[in-house]
Design a protein around this ligand. Structure first.
Ligand code: TAP
Length: 450
């Protein structure tokens, strides 16, 4: 069966691809399994060199990759360029990490005990459509650094950048069969990978709903899983914060990537005494977000990824919102920047909208802010805005979330671990911690007795 890939900004087809089914999935797993002994036996310095070469090729092809990503997801070209830059950094980082992920020597009686980091085997990587290449690289980097082989399933809506990356991997000299990309449906290819006896681990990023299916499906073969799931993060603004700065950046913490970001600070919590002033500033700064043609360098927000997704996002907004921004006329799956005043009990504050909609919620004091921020099944990201350093640290420790920033809305750095608490999943990507998720610890005892 063929798959038609659309440009969400024009609704026009940009590619027709053959879709893999169960048989092709099994063949890809078999290829990855066959490539495993060879890839394991590549000396660490050479594996590092190959990953470094891939990073360099991503840099050399950065504009091409950014254009592919921008057209396929509808994301602004400036953002796509940043993401591709990160992909290269990720491969550079894990190229450097190959020979720095050590085992231990452990004092025991009668000999020497040592631990070794062993690859898991064939790993299945299942990724979403919002940051297709970026999120794929977070998994491919540590997986290959730890000498696993990979079968990657990009989202059906956005397979193009992954296919290009697979070509670059071959060009870099990474052997055939080490990185396999399968275009196909989650319910077919994804599900087959999850149940496959020769797949040792699933590295999954996507919705909490599908995450549950992955976890259930992995039970049959006691597969390792890493789950990076949904979020409903809070942007907590205290009255003593630099309100101008907090309000100027808050829209981008929700509307970047048209809100299709697991780290979106889609609940803006504001201390009551500063609420009216902050709201005024927030409406003003939200009105400045430049929405339009993703290929234009000045554009800050593009369309949503699909018509079906736009329908879902629209279903969250009832009545007249506090603010609704403009959208371009004509084709494209546009949805405006939208601000809604809400209570934390409302659907809009509880469920992940995954669109450019922010719920603004007042709080009374520090304890109330912590209570509201934690009153969610999710725990992925968040921000704290205050000039009081002790309070920033107190609140940061109290929030049940995997990634936090103070007086900033950034979530992701190549060097630091990234992942969720609660129903945002488990396991960590990025940083040296990601390597633990793509290796097993083997303990070996060597007797020194004569
Ligand atoms: P999902 O619908 O969960 O899809 C994610 C991936 O899983 C896609 O490749 C999908 O394939 C595949 N899939 C679907 N059904 C499957 C099944 N039964 N078995 C195995 N795989 C299956 O998510 P999405 O709509 O693409 O992405 C949005 C979600 O991802 C949001 O909830 C967002 O928060 C989350 N997300 C989380 C993070 C982190 S790091 N926590 C980052 C980005 C996104 P098809 O699409 O081809 O069917």
């Amino acid at each position: 069966m063929t798959l038609t890939v659309l440009n969400p900004a024009t609704e026009e087809p940009i590619a027709e691809l053959e879709q893999a089914g169960v048989e092709e999935t099994d063949e890809a797993v078999a290829r990855a399994k066959e490539a495993l002994p060879g890839w394991r036996s590549v000396a660490p310095a050479d594996r590092s060199r190959l990953l470094r070469r891939l990073a360099t090729l991503v840099e050399e092809n950065a504009e091409d990759l950014a254009r592919i990503e921008s057209r396929n997801v509808g994301k602004p070209i400036s953002g796509a360029r940043g993401e591709v830059g990160m992909v290269a950094q990720v491969f550079h980082f894990y190229a450097g990490a190959v020979d720095k992920h050590y085992g231990d020597t452990i004092p025991v009686s009668g000999g020497v005990a040592a631990t070794f980091r062993e690859p898991l085997g064939v790993v299945g990587l299942v990724v979403p459509w919002n940051f297709p290449l970026n999120i794929a690289s977070w998994k491919i980097g540590p997986a290959l650094a730890c000498a696993n082989t990979v079968v990657l399933k990009p989202a059906e809506l956005t397979p193009l950048s992954a296919l290009r990356l697979a070509e670059l991997a071959l060009e870099a000299g990474i052997p055939e069969g080490v990185l396999n990309v399968l275009v196909g449906k989650g319910s077919v290819v994804g599900q087959r990978l999850v149940g496959h006896v020769d797949v040792a681990k699933i590295g999954f990023t996507g919705s909490t709903e599908v995450g549950r299916l992955v976890m259930r499906g992995a039970a049959g073969t006691i597969k390792r899983v890493t789950l990076e799931l949904g979020g409903k993060s809070a942007n907590v603004v205290f009255a003593d914060a630099d309100l101008e700065r907090a309000a100027a950046t808050a829209p981008y913490a929700v509307f970047d990537n048209a809100g299709q970001d697991c780290c979106a600070r889609s609940r803006v919590l504001v201390e009551r005494s500063a609420y009216d002033r902050f709201l005024e500033l927030l409406v003003e700064s939200t009105g400045k977000v430049v929405v339009g043609d993703p290929e234009d360098d000045a554009t800050e927000m593009g369309p949503l990824v699909s018509a079906a997704h736009r329908e879902l996002v629209a279903s969250f907004v009832e009545g007249e919102p506090l603010f609704r921004g403009p959208v371009p006329d004509g084709p494209g799956f546009w949805y405006p920047c939208t601000l809604v005043e809400a209570a934390n009990e409302d659907r809009i504050a509880r469920e992940e909208v995954f669109g450019p909609v922010a719920a603004v919620i007042p709080f009374e004091d520090e304890a109330d802010a912590i209570r509201i921020a934690n009153d969610t099944p999710y725990g992925l990201s968040g921000s704290i805005w205050t000039r009081d350093g002790a309070r920033a640290l107190r609140v940061a420790r109290a929030l049940e979330t995997g990634v936090l920033s103070v007086n900033s809305n950034s979530s992701v750095r190549v060097q630091t671990p990234f992942g969720g608490f609660k129903q945002s999943g488990f396991g960590r990507e990025l940083g040296m911690q990601a390597l633990d998720g793509y290796s097993e610890v083997k303990s070996v005892f060597l007797s020194t007795e004569v």
